[in-house]
Design a protein around this ligand. Structure first.
Ligand code: CA
Length: 358
């Protein structure tokens, strides 16, 4: 996005030079506006973005301020926030609606689990949540091991609110002159509604208070739930850029058929309310008998002017058909032509972009 802003400046300077007769001035202004839009479209498509997935989560516990600060310093274009609510309606940055996988909640509030044995963030007010220690993700899936990441027994990290994170990003943008954006995910909005909470309006209000209201603002809103994204665009009339995340039906992320969503008809429907899609890498690259194939998804999305930002590049959890991080990102950027990537290792992605002059 910084290129768009850079190109805005000389165009605005031209406006101040208009002292010719009014008609010529109007023509010049219209011409400048057309140029501005042309540049905006062109740079949006050509500027490949690096989205720090839960921060630099390959190096520090996900969604901690430390992880976000490191991702900022590494040159990320956008920092990702997953957002859920506390009992007192404060938007907090947490990947799951449960606290179990990344905090010591079981030790601190042992009698506060629900009947399913899980500890829900929404059952705790902000003060209670702030007592918890955040650690690296402890997954029960044996195949999903991040044994080389930051040690899980550290004690210095706490849960962050959305406001705290915005203040950190905007503060760093001011002190460094950077233009790093937000990439905010509304987590399980339908589930929040069953609990009596409207997560989306609370998040949009908070973002609005910090100046994120328009399409040109440096933010994407992402969600797995198409009904909620349609509501954001068509009922709440938000102008922010929206990205439809595409998952697998087995995940039960939302009441929708993701297989249909990936068809040309499904993409056409997405183009009515969103600016882009966030598919899984598996939806773009596949491998059969040792031969890697690029699916039609990116081309079909681009035909509808939808941006494509796949998730998630991890050097310690690569697809079996590539030998390294660079091979995967090269396939995505240069073979498939995606517009950006989510990664736990933003430094590696930034380095690849620089080497490849992207
Ligand atoms: Ca996310």
């Amino acid at each position: 996005m910084q290129f768009i802003y850079a190109k805005f400046i000389p165009l605005k300077q031209h406006h101040s030079l208009v002292y010719a007769p009014p008609l010529a001035g109007i023509i010049l202004i219209v011409y400048c506006c057309i140029l501005t839009f042309a540049y905006a479209n062109e740079t949006d498509l050509n500027h490949k973005i690096i989205i720090a997935h839960r921060g630099a989560s390959g190096y520090l516990p996900e969604h901690t301020l430390a992880s976000k600060t490191l991702a900022y310093e590494m040159g990320s274009d956008y920092l990702e926030q997953d957002v859920v609510l506390s009992k007192d309606s404060v938007p907090i940055v947490l990947h799951d609606i449960h606290l179990d996988a990344v905090t010591n909640v079981r030790d601190v509030y042992s009698d506060r689990a629900r009947k399913d044995g899980k500890f829900y963030a929404i059952d705790f007010d902000l003060h209670e949540l702030q007592q918890l220690i955040v650690t690296g993700r402890k997954s029960r899936a044996a195949t999903y091991s991040y044994s080389d990441r930051f040690p899980k027994n550290s004690h210095q990290f706490r849960i962050t609110t959305l406001e705290e994170e915005i203040q950190m990003i905007q503060g760093l943008n001011k002190s460094t002159g950077g233009v790093v954006g937000l990439y905010t995910e509304i987590k399980s909005p339908a589930w929040h509604k069953t609990q009596g909470y409207d997560l989306t309006t609370i998040v949009l209000d908070t973002l609005g208070q910090y100046g994120y209201r328009n399409a040109a603002d440096n933010i994407f809103i992402q969600c797995f739930d198409p009904a909620e994204l349609k509501r954001i665009r068509l009922e709440l009339n938000s102008k922010l850029k929206l990205v439809q995340l595409i998952g697998e039906n087995a995940w039960n992320e939302a009441d929708t058929d993701y297989n249909v969503m990936r068809t040309p008809e499904g993409l056409k429907d997405i183009a009515r309310y969103a600016n882009g899609i966030g598919p899984s890498i598996d939806h773009i690259l596949s491998s059969r008998f040792g031969k890697i194939t690029v699916t039609e998804l990116v081309n079909e999305a681009h035909n509808l002017n939808l941006l494509v930002h796949p998730y998630t590049l991890r050097k310690d959890s690569l697809p079996n058909f590539v030998s390294g991080f660079n091979e995967l990102i090269e396939l995505l950027f240069e073979q498939a032509g995606v517009d950006g990537v989510f990664t736990d290792f933003p430094d590696l992605a930034v380095q690849f972009k620089k080497q490849s002059n992207l």
